[in-house]
Design a protein around this ligand. Structure first.
Ligand code: SF4
Length: 72
């Protein structure tokens, strides 16, 4: 997976699969912008730390308990 030119930028678009993935982390900046970070990237460089959104297909996807992303 490659990072897009806007990877890591705040985005108003829906995160797709990341919204329901156990590996997803929502990070809020000091200015209140919300970023989606992939924690799987910490141990597998094949995954982008800040995936291009929306993620519609991902081999690392694992449903989060309750379908909610984990806290930061
Ligand atoms: S593993 Fe895939 S779906 Fe899960 S947070 Fe990372 S990029 Fe998003």
């Amino acid at each position: 997976m490659n990072q897009s030119p806007t990877a890591g930028q705040p985005s108003p678009i829906h995160p797709g699969l990341c919204a329901r993935c156990v590996h997803a982390r929502q990070v809020r900046s000091d200015r209140g912008s919300v970023f989606w970070r992939c924690a799987l990237a910490d141990r597998d460089p094949a995954f982008p730390r800040y995936p291009r959104l929306p993620v519609v297909d991902c081999r690392g996807f694992a449903p989060a308990p309750g379908g909610e992303p984990q806290p930061r």
